[in-house]
Design a protein around this ligand. Structure first.
Ligand code: BMA
Length: 338
C-alpha cells in the first residue's frame, strides 16, 4: 500500500540517506547528538525538545536543565534544523492580561501549529506534575492558557488539526513519582479550555520494551492511511527504566482507535549518547519534521536526559515496517469509552 503524508511540503527538511548496512526502519543522523552539553551559560543539558518549520527556517522549544537543576523552556532558532542557537533566557510566559506568569518548572515541551497559532504543551507543577500550555503567533509573546488537565499527568501531545471541529490531545495520567504504569488517553476540546470526551487509546503490552508504561511522543503526522504516532515505551530492569521509541497508526476520524501498532521498537538506546548520560538508556521522542513531497521524516528525540538526537525514516518505510510487525489488541482497536 502506498502511503503519503498530508501536510505542507518541507523542501529544506534535514536529511541523510539510509546507510547501506542498516536493516532498521529508522537511522540516526551521523553527527548526533546535535545538541551537546552546557549549551548555555546557565544550562547544563538540553534534551526532550520540539522543533517546527517557521518562516522558511526552523524554531524550537527546548528543555533546558538549569545549573540549579530546575528545568525550563528555552527558545531556539536554526537555518538547517541541525545547528541551533538559543535565547539565553527562558521563555517569558505571560497570562492573558500580559502579566508575568512563569511556571515553577517546565519540561518536555511539544510544539504544534493548529491553524494560524503555535501551541507549546509541557509538564509543570500544579501542586503536583500537570500539563501546562501556552500559545504564540510570533514567538515573541507567549500567553499561557488554562492548564488542560488535573494532576498528575506529565505527558501531553496536541494533534496538528481539529478533528470533527475539536482539538485533540493525547496524555498519560501518572503519579507524583517515577510512575511505574501508564497508558495513552485522548481528550477533546472545542475551545482549548474545557476538555472532555476522554477515551482510552492504547495500553502497554507484553512486548518487553513497552511493558511498563507508554506515553505520547511527537505530534501525530497525518497520512493517507491514518495518524502516524511515534511514542515512547518503557520497561523496567534491575538497573532502572529503559525508554525506547514505538510507532502506531491511529484512525483519521476517531484517533482513539488504533489501526496498526508495531510490536517491535523503532529505536532503542544503542549509541553512547543514548546509553550514557544524566539518565542512562533514554530515547524520548518529542517532534518530527516531515515533507509531504518526498515522504521524508526527521524525528527529534531526547537522549539519556542529556542531549538531542535526530533520526530519519520515510513514511513508506515506517508504514511498511509497522504493518510487517503489526500486533493490535482489543483495547487498541476499540473506541476506548467505558
Ligand atoms: C520521564 C520524564 C522525561 C525523562 C524520563 C527519563 O518520566 O521525566 O522527561 O526523559 O523520565 O528520565
Amino acid at each position: 500500500m502506498s502511503v503519503k503524508i498530508i501536510s505542507q511540503p518541507l523542501k529544506n527538511i534535514p536529511w541523510e540517506n539510509k546507510p547501506e548496512n542498516c536493516t532498521a526502519p529508522m537511522w540516526r543522523y551521523s553527527q548526533n547528538p546535535i545538541i551537546k552539553r552546557n549549551p548555555l551559560p546557565n544550562v547544563s543539558r538540553i534534551f526532550n525538545s520540539a522543533v517546527i518549520p517557521y518562516q522558511g527556517e526552523f524554531i524550537g522549544v527546548f528543555r533546558g536543565e538549569q545549573k540549579n537543576g530546575v528545568p525550563h523552556i528555552y527558545l531556539g532558532k536554526s537555518r538547517d534544523a541541525l545547528n541551533w542557537e538559543f535565547e539565553p533566557e527562558r521563555i517569558p510566559f505571560k497570562d492573558e492580561n500580559g502579566n508575568d506568569f512563569m511556571p515553577i518548572y517546565a519540561y518536555d515541551p511539544r510544539l504544534v501549529k493548529v491553524e494560524d497559532t503555535y501551541y507549546i504543551i509541557w509538564c509543570q507543577d500544579m501542586y503536583g506534575a500537570a500539563i501546562g500550555m501556552a500559545q504564540t503567533k510570533d514567538f515573541k509573546t507567549f500567553t499561557r492558557l488554562e492548564n488542560p488537565f488535573l494532576p498528575y499527568n506529565r505527558n501531553a501531545v496536541l494533534f496538528p488539526r481539529k478533528i470533527n471541529g475539536r482539538y485533540i490531545m493525547l496524555s498519560r495520567p501518572c503519579d507524583n513519582g517515577h510512575t511505574a504504569f501508564g497508558d495513552i488517553f485522548l481528550s477533546e476540546s472545542k475551545d482549548l479550555e474545557y476538555w472532555g470526551h476522554h477515551r482510552h487509546v492504547m495500553s502497554c503490552t507484553s512486548s518487553w520494551w513497552e511493558s511498563l508504561k507508554i506515553g505520547g511522543g511527537s505530534a501525530p503526522i497525518e497520512t493517507t492511511e491514518g495518524w502516524l504516532l511515534f511514542y515512547h515505551g518503557v520497561c523496567n530492569t534491575c538497573n532502572g527504566y529503559v525508554y525506547s521509541i514505538g510507532a502506531a497508526i491511529l484512525d483519521l476520524d476517531e484517533p482513539s482507535k488504533v489501526l496498526h501498532r508495531c510490536e517491535d521498537y523503532i529505536l532503542t538506546p544503542e549509541e553512547w549518547y543514548e546509553e550514557r548520560g544524566f539518565v542512562q538508556n533514554v530515547c524520548f521522542p518529542c517532534a518530527t519534521l516531515h515533507d509531504s513531497e518526498t515522504g521524508r521524516i526527521a524525528l527529534y528525540y531526547g537522549c539519556a536526559d542529556s542531549y538531542v538526537g535526530t533520526a530519519f525514516t520515510t513514511v513508506q518505510e515506517i508504514y511498511d515496517y509497522i504493518l510487517a510487525h503489526d500486533k493490535i489488541s482489543p483495547t487498541d482497536t476499540e473506541l476506548g469509552k467505558r
